[in-house]
Design a protein around this ligand. Sequence first.
Ligand code: F6R
Length: 609
Amino acid sequence: MSGVVGYIGDKNPVEVLVAGLYRIKGHDSAGVAVVNDEGVTAVKSLGKLENLEAKLAAQPVTGHLGIGHARWATHGVPNETNAHPHFDALNEIAVVHNGIIENYQELRTSLQQEGVAFRSQTDSETLAHLIRKYYQGNLFKAVQQALRCAKGAWALGVVSRHNPDVLIVARQGSPVVVGVGDNEAFMGSDVSAIIKYTRDVVYLDHGQICEVRRDGIKVEDLDGNPVQHEVVHVDWDDSAAEKDGFPHFMLKEIHQQPEVIRNTLRGRISDDASDVNLSDINISEADIKACPRITIVACGTSWHAGMVGKYLIERFAEIPVELDLASEYRYRDPIVEKNAIVIPVSQSGETADTMEAVRLAKSQGARILAVVNTVGSSVARESNGVIYLQAGPEVSIASTKAYTTQVTAFALLTIWLARIRGTMTKDQAKDMIAELRTLPDKMQLVLNNQEPIKALAGKQKYRDAQSAFFLGRDYNYPSALEGSLKLKEVSYIHAEAYPAGELKHGPIALVTNEMPVICVAPKGNIYDKMVSNIQSIKARAGLVISIATEGDTAIQAYSDDVLYIPECYEPFSPILVALPLQLFAYYVAVNRGCDVDQPRNLAKSVIVE
Ligand code: F6R
């Protein structure tokens, strides 16, 4: 994920900024800007931070105030022009920004009409020009006024040549902290970026803006009302700080899901919340109307998300969808019909099999619409259009937040397709969008109440199991597949997933009183069918863990244990169900002493066949 850093004080700012940037995982370019007697000097570079360091060694920059940024591209390809910091036209105000300015096109057009020339393709540059527009000597006021015009998310750092004693920091959505030192102060996207220098931090809240000086800070909201701030002393060690205080990246990324789902939705919903806006994906309405069939190709977890996508698109947009494992698709001479659309799904965008499936489909004339997390990745580059997940980099090998954002992207795509194909009314779209928007808060509720999951994973009968089954039906058959993959890859327990209706055709022979069977059974159309499947397992003495909807006490009669999720719209239930499944796998693995973030034999990007 992109990250921001800042410093004001007597140390060499470049040293502090680069040290902070090294703590930000995953980036494609980086840059710093330092205020000194000559103005604001910026140095940027593409690729690894070592490149930036080498440049800074060749052209040293000094001063007492600076900001820095490590970029993970969201708008515009990774290159030095798009790298932060971004400047106003006079090169006097510099900004670093993490987040998304949703209305940047609108702001950009109106600034251009006022004569502003843009240098980059980024949404962030808009903020530099907007701040300049309102600047009348008071940088704090100018940033405050500019942000009142912006919609979206930001962790923002701003400096100006004419205000060498002040660093402005603002937050909406994207996290940012201010560190307080002895006659110095710091800014970081998280504590890990500044913990080398201070443990006294102020966590800014949504909608707050902070004037940072060496000897103190002032916090206000965007309307200028003063806000009381609290300095918190963190006593995490260095490695805990990198994981935001979580013991593993997997747990940190599980906890990031409410925020990243908000990011996936951000900017893709019309102002009246009745339509999805995917107009920038370079596939026209005519292409959608002419499409006889969609084929989804992916591997592993991404394939599971693709299966939810298939169920959603077929049901609501009424387009036939074929789902294929990329490694099968590329060798089985698939038939690509005229006007077909192929959707590769990939977190990394570098998976070799998915890439080859894309090349094959393209060579046969298909339009390629990728669902990808990594901007500028191979799959993204070779596709006609891309829906980016906006999940930020996933460090843990076991995929968590990429999966739920992939499913969310399919939900958005489904509504968009269905509206174009005329299979969904505006009111239906509105209702579905409203349901989607409730998900982050519901996910937070599950995360706030994970003690029962933790306790369950600690029970000897589950922790020491040799083998487990995961069952689900319809939308939650893919949930069962994903739950099973999570458990096997992080805990090394053998696990299999079945559509629950298939169990009686053979696998039920394996059910014993030592076999945990995790049954995904939220309320919905096939709930009763699921319950009868669960009863048949219980009749064979299987150990049943049900994942059910809050308030469903009846299911307790057939289950050894029940994990609850908040009530939700059935087609989107896989997004919520993923959380207890991920947490269960995580805590079982921790209890078994497994290396959760680096499971044996696995790599994060499978770039070989
Ligand atoms: C499982 C996991 C893998 C990936 C698969 C595809 O937790 O991460 O199954 O989903 O290797 O990777 P991407 O999505 O990068 O193409």
